[in-house]
Design a protein around this ligand. Structure first.
Ligand code: NAD
Ligand code: UFG
Length: 332
């Protein structure tokens, strides 16, 4: 069985669908601090399969261990964590406690129950201002601009040290680029709390009239049209990357790190234009000052994931814009 932490969250819910479709049985845990229990029913509607679930904070090691003692866990995919960059600046203690404390607690429980395989949700944010582009896994880790980024940076180091001390463990670190989109069924997707920080949820809220216009953070970057360039990846592609990462685990990879991105960079204006064209909706926007902490450009070299895991992203930016809007419409 596969243990999924943060099971009802955006990326985990899509990953569970792909894992169940590939024949894996799932045990999920989440404390529902940023997600909804309804998600479980929606996953079950998509796949027709049940998920064993417990509402537990992963920092509560006793409760977590008690729940997991009923199952034989072969591998854990660890998504649980807080992820709002801006909030992490004002609540550093909460972020370090939840993300690092949660991971330490989980690692202790995994050791106690004899689970030796772990896949971790890291982020392209660990590259800081990337030393070169496209970014390979060998690109040096950089200076993070916020506590959230540092939690990913530090957890990666903790996992490297843990695997170094326990050579029989297999740990795969996946560095996600910019996940957007939603399951094509429109039944699961990203539900941000309050004002969205990220580009695509903001665009979909402008599209449905919840917000008046999009603020584009800067048009004076050294990029083709001056706006920030990112490697947007469809969340279903990202989810499938986790199924492929199981292949590395099956081959006893020790510790390995993969970028999960498409290898293509799109600017903010590219995303707006594609969204407008694909969905036939106008997105009013205003260019404003740069957002502190943003970098000009960030896109992956995904060649390692292709050669080692056999994984390549399939969905286009058009697909991502269509599916993001489809999900938002379904929630209205
Ligand atoms: P999400 O907030 O939708 O999912 C995270 C889930 O973890 C939520 O359901 C939340 O309730 C749960 N959770 C948080 N703390 C917990 C705790 N202590 N115990 C139990 N459950 C807890 O976020 P997401 O976008 O699906 O991200 C999943 C993972 O991927 C996170 O670790 C995130 O940092 C990482 N990541 C996300 C992005 C992105 O842009 N979405 C990019 C790179 C990395
Ligand atoms: N942007 C706007 N207006 C907005 C929101 C974003 O112009 O309202 C711009 C940003 O300036 C940036 C681009 O859109 O150029 C993408 O911004 P996002 O906030 O959507 O994504 P980021 O690249 O800043 O960061 C995201 C996650 C991080 C994660 C990183 C991985 O928020 O947690 O992707 O690459 F680490």
């Amino acid at each position: 069985m596969i243990l999924v932490t943060g099971a009802t969250g955006f990326i985990a819910s899509h990953t569970i669908v792909e894992l169940q479709n590939a024949g894996y049985d799932i045990v999920g845990v989440d404390n529902l601090c940023n997600s909804d229990i309804e998600t479980l029913k929606n996953i079950e509607k998509i796949t027709g399969k049940k998920i064993e679930f417990c509402n537990v904070d992963i920092r509560d090691g006793n409760k977590l261990k008690e729940f997991l003692s009923k199952y034989k866990i072969d591998c854990c995919i660890h998504f649980a964590g807080l992820k709002a960059v801006g909030e992490s600046v004002s609540k550093p203690v909460e972020y370090y406690d939840n993300n690092i404390g949660g991971t330490i607690s989980l690692l202790k429980v995994l050791r106690e129950i004899g689970c030796k395989n772990l896949i971790f949700s890291s982020s392209a944010t660990v590259y800081g201002t990337p030393a070169f582009m496209p970014i390979t896994e060998d690109c040096p880790k950089g200076i993070c601009t916020n506590p959230y980024g540092w939690t990913k940076h530090m957890i990666e180091q903790i996992l490297i040290d843990v695997q170094n001390a326990n050579k029989d463990m297999n740990i795969v670190i996946l560095r996600y680029f910019n996940p957007i989109g939603a399951h094509p069924s429109g039944m699961i997707g990203e539900k941000p709390n309050g004002i969205p920080n990220n580009l695509m949820p903001y665009i979909t809220q402008v599209a449905c009239g919840k917000r008046e216009k999009l603020f584009v953070y800067g048009d004076d970057y050294d990029t083709p049209d001056g706006t920030g360039v990112r490697d947007y990846i469809h969340v279903v592609d990202l989810a499938r990357g986790h199924v492929c990462a199981m292949r590395a685990i099956d081959k006893n990879c020790g510790l390995d790190i993969f970028n999960l991105g498409t290898g293509h960079g799109y600017s903010v204006l590219d995303v707006i234009k594609t969204f407008e064209h694909e969905n036939n909706i106008k997105i009013p926007y205003e260019i404003v000052a740069r957002r502190p902490g943003d970098i000009a450009m960030c896109y992956a070299d995904p060649a390692k994931a292709k050669s080692v895991l056999g994984w390549v992203a399939q969905y286009s930016l058009q697909d991502m814009c269509r599916d993001s809007w489809n999900y938002q419409k379904n929630m209205l």
